[in-house]
Every structure is written in C-alpha cells, then in structure tokens.
Design a protein around this ligand. Sequence first.
Ligand code: SIN
Ligand code: CO
Length: 369
Amino acid sequence: MKLQLLGGLTAGQFLREYWHKKPLLVRDALPGFTGLLSPAQMLELAGREDVESRLVAQGKDWMLEHGPFSTSRFRKLPKRNWTLLVQSLDHHLASGAALQEQFTFIPRARLDDLMVSYAVPGGGVGPHFDSYDVFLIQGKGHRRWRISAQENLDLIEGLPLRILSHFEPEAEYILGPGDMLYLPPKYAHDGIAEDECMTYSVGFRAPGFEELGQGFLNFLHDELELPGRYADPDLALQKHSGELPKAMLDQIAEQLNQIRWDADLTTAFTGRYFSEPKPNVFFTAPDKPLTEKTFARRLASHGLQLNSKTRLLFSGTQFFINGEDFGATGSERKHLIQLADERYLPAGNYGDALSELFYDWYLAGWVNV
Ligand code: SIN
Ligand code: CO
C-alpha cells in the first residue's frame, strides 16, 4: 500500500531504498497537521517532575539546562535563539501515542519515543548527528534543515551539547506544517527555527553492543546455576607455594566453561531488554481498583487497552511485557499477538486464564479497561 506519510512509497519500498541509507523529504506527509499541543501546553509539560525536558540556548556559548522548569524561567529568555525539548510525548499525550502508531511499519521493539521541540526564531540544538534514525515532522511554524552525508563527525570538545566541529551542509530544506524529513543514523543535520516553530521527532532505539553485552551478562548472572564448590582431594605437593596449581586452573576452567546459552536464552534476554521501561517510567495503580469480577465483565463489554507506557513484545510463544516474560500458546497466544500488534483488544470473552493475567496487569497499571 502506498503511503502519503512516505511520499507515495510503500513501507517495503521505503525500507529497501531509504531506511539506514539516505534521507527522504516528504512534503505534506501529514496533510493538515499543525501539531499536537500548543506552546503553552508544552511549557506546562516541561514543568512536570515526571516529564524529561531540556532547554538549549545559544548566545556566545551553548547552554543546556535540564527540567523541570518553572514558567518564570521562560519569561527570562530572549526573543531569539533558544529551544525547549520534551521527551516521550507518546507517554504523556494520547495524540502523541497515535502519531507514533503511524510508524509501526518499523518493529515496535525499535521504536523509542516521540520528542517535541519548541523554538523561537533562530533556535535549534546546533549541527550534530544522532546514532539512530529519525523522522522529523514539522508542526507549527517553519524550520530550515541543513543536512550532510559528511564523514567527519568530530565534535567540539568541552561543550554541554554534541556539536560538530566542521559542518558542511549539502542540502537545505525549509519544512512547514505537515512536512517530514527522514534521516538515517549518523547523518549530520542542523535545524534552525525560521519563526516560532514546533518539530516532532520519532526516535528509535539502537543500543550499543557493549551496553547489550553488559545487560546480557547481568541477565546471565540472575539465571546462573553452578552447583558445587571447589575441592582438591588429590592435592599434590608443589614446588612453589605461591604458584596457582595447574589442577585448580583446570577445574575452574571446566566449571566456567559450563556457562552456556542458547537461542531461547538470548531471545528471553532480548525480549526483556527491549520491553523494559526506561528508568524514569513509573506506572500508577488504579486508585480504587475494580474487583476481579467487575474487571472481567468490563473486559467482556469494553475490551482492553495497553497503557501508553506499556511495552508488549513477543517471539514465537515467548511474550515480554515491561521487562517480564511468560509463555502462551493456542488461542491465548493469538489474542496476545493481537494485543501486542494493535495495543488493543475489542470487547469479548478471552477465557479465565487471560482474564486473570490481564487483571494482574490492570492492578499494576499496565492496562486500562
Ligand atoms: C529539534 O527538534 O530541534 C532537534 C531534533 C534533532 O535534530 O534531532
Ligand atoms: Co538530531
């Protein structure tokens, strides 16, 4: 299916020709789109403890401050050259989650968050590159993007922000409401507000292998089973008392070599890792929870929706929700796959076992009925 969002390309064509390969500018990707929230609503979000926000200003030097910000902070700012950024709009606004849904032609495990930036004229975060792909969607106002496939990605040292030391723009576009620019990872870019403007970025998760490796070793640590204890009943007299005995080294090597993993275990790790909420994400249990019976009735009559912060993924019969895993087969698996794909299950009878599972999730604040 050809998608207006992708300038008339199908998702498959986009993935083959552009994803990770080259930029794509789409005029009118979201016709009629003017943004999801007003500057005032955004400032309000930036004042909240549970919302991640940053303020970047460029005067003689680059300045970076982390939120939450009081409204008086913004009154002290000049008319030009600053920008405010708010992360995880997909968690904080239903319309943010809906916008992110348009990008599920990329696997959910790869989706990170929806960020919004508000900038006064001249504002921006400076020429930089990101380590992951990004779709930049223009809401209110206009932003001038200059982009470059340059290989030199050296950064200026000693700044609070990652700013390229040499930026050689190769193309320039002014984006207006509803226009979108896709950039592959490590593509140099600089977006400067032409007027008061707001830009939405759909970001992706691309963990470094070292970070993944460390995560996996922590996971293995929890799963580790090596019973028994070092013993040397056949200890032989040795010449140097300071020398590590050969038999000791052999015995320990043999034991450590029993630490093994298979595809099921790496899948379990991967599913838990990619479904784990970020450390600053907290779920709120319902104030006055429904009884299990009323919950089951509501599920049957209204269906169920994943909370916007919940991450549900699966592989085969292994399911992962918010960093925990469990197995499911048959019709339960079918329903859970539907929930993972659509984040919603319509009204219906899902059986006692699933209803119980969903009730636990409901008590944890992971789903809503
Ligand atoms: C912005 O919206 O100003 C920054 C987005 C980006 O460059 O990645
Ligand atoms: Co960027």
